[in-house]
Design a protein around this ligand. Structure first.
Ligand SMILES: Nc1nc2c([nH]c(=O)n2[C@@H]2O[C@H](COP(=O)(O)OP(=O)(O)OP(=O)(O)O)[C@@H](O)[C@H]2O)c(=O)[nH]1
Length: 142
């Protein structure tokens, strides 16, 4: 089985009342994920530091520069497909002023978390978003 490492940049911000917002953009290509709201990201190149892959994809897809030092590794999530398994290396980034006017902020609130976005986001992203919400707001993590 083939393992395909991908880097994702998850820009997020916290609003009052235990609200999380995550930044997404519409996928424009004409593959099976066309039209989904996704995090900037793509395949990590051979020899590339994963966080640099996230920063490069942000530059290519969003057109903004971000400092790799701002990226915090959140974890690796898997997306098992019939012919390969995608390893999503997720990096958290703080909201950037240069994102203003671009993409969409998805509002994540208890108790539904990412559920309202079913069908609008890639399925592995539900776990990523919900884990981030819990890490930020569950009392056990404070
Ligand atoms: N960009 C992106 N990819 C995601 C997300 N969630 C998720 O499961 N994926 C999966 O991760 C893989 C990323 O590959 P990609 O096709 O965007 O990578 P790329 O830009 O380097 O590829 P390309 O050169 O073929 O355009 C896809 O299979 C995609 O479905 C997400 O939030 N953002």
């Amino acid at each position: 089985m083939k393992l395909l490492p991908v880097a994702l940049a998850l820009f997020y911000r916290q609003l009052p009342g235990n609200v999380l917002e995550v930044w997404t953009q519409v996928r424009e290509d004409d593959g099976p994920y066309h039209g989904l709201l996704e995090f900037p990201g793509g395949k990590i190149e051979p020899g590339e530091e994963p966080v640099m892959g996230a920063v490069r994809e942000v530059q290519e897809e969003v057109g903004i520069e971000v400092d790799p030092k701002l990226g915090r590794f959140m974890g690796i999530y898997t997306n098992p497909l019939p012919n390969k398994t995608i390893l999503l290396n997720v990096f958290l980034f703080p909201d950037q002023p240069s994102l203003i006017g671009r993409g969409q902020w998805l509002k994540v609130e208890n108790p539904d978390l990412s559920r309202p976005f079913t069908g609008q986001i890639p399925s592995p992203n539900h776990q990523i978003i919900d884990d981030l919400y819990h890490a930020l707001y569950d009392r056990a993590h404070e």
